[in-house]
Design a protein around this ligand. Sequence first.
Ligand code: AMP
Length: 281
Amino acid sequence: MIVLKTIDEVRKQVKAWKEEGLSVGLVPTMGYLHEGHQSLIKKSVEGNDRTVVSIFVNPMQFGPNEDLESYPRDLEADSKLCEETGADIIFNPEPSEMYADGFCSYVNMTGLPDALCGLTRPVHFKGVCTVVNKLFNIVTPDRAYFGQKDAQQLAIIMRMVKDLNMDIEIIGCPIIREADGLAKSSRNIYLTKEEREAAVVLSKAVKLGEQMIVSGERDAYVIVNSMKELISKEPLADIDYVEMVNMDTMKSIDKVEGNILCAMAVRFGKARLIDNFMKTI
Ligand code: AMP
């Protein structure tokens, strides 16, 4: 496995693979890899001849008061995990490699980003769509792998690929959790011991919401309220949002029917954590 820092190097390698008729999978990440990322890499290794993992903390998707500077980084540990999992290349560019002087072209979606995380992170999805588009153009993968943990991001990427006729198969992968239920996240490192214990309430709220639907509850407001009540009992939890939306439009729903996404973002000290569940009724 090799670590490449420049776009030219990646292009050369992928071109050589394609001349041999090999298929290519891409796993875009911001690094500080854990078993969640690893599950995506495994899927790519299984489904493609070659796998590229991009590790890039993309400045464009962070707001002015967010954690761009403090975002955890550990290329050595990431390389080890990628190597063990069977990846072929880590693409780890500097911001100046991705955004040359005078950069002024963006991919800006309307609608889907104007909900959930997009409301408190107004520049986030413009940054995500732009960087993912760039990564797709650089790596030209046959398939790209994204986690359902970032459900709104997954919906947005699928929509972008459809709208802009990108010839790439997008594969969504299930949420990988810690033994106690907390969704694995690079940002879990920000949690103090007390906050880490408190954060389990997120997966408890997910379970509660799922159970209410299984028991026949169809009023979205009742479900969301019960989840909010549960989270609010935890003094260290500060709710950003808990919402039930239609998976295809990201619009709030009153009644649980069709493809639904129930998503939440909650702050614990410095960490803003997300979790969700999806259901088709
Ligand atoms: P990030 O490095 O946080 O930008 O995440 C890179 C990719 O890994 C995204 O597609 C995430 O949805 C996915 N991912 C992160 N955490 C998990 C998890 N716990 N389970 C599954 N996928 C995940």
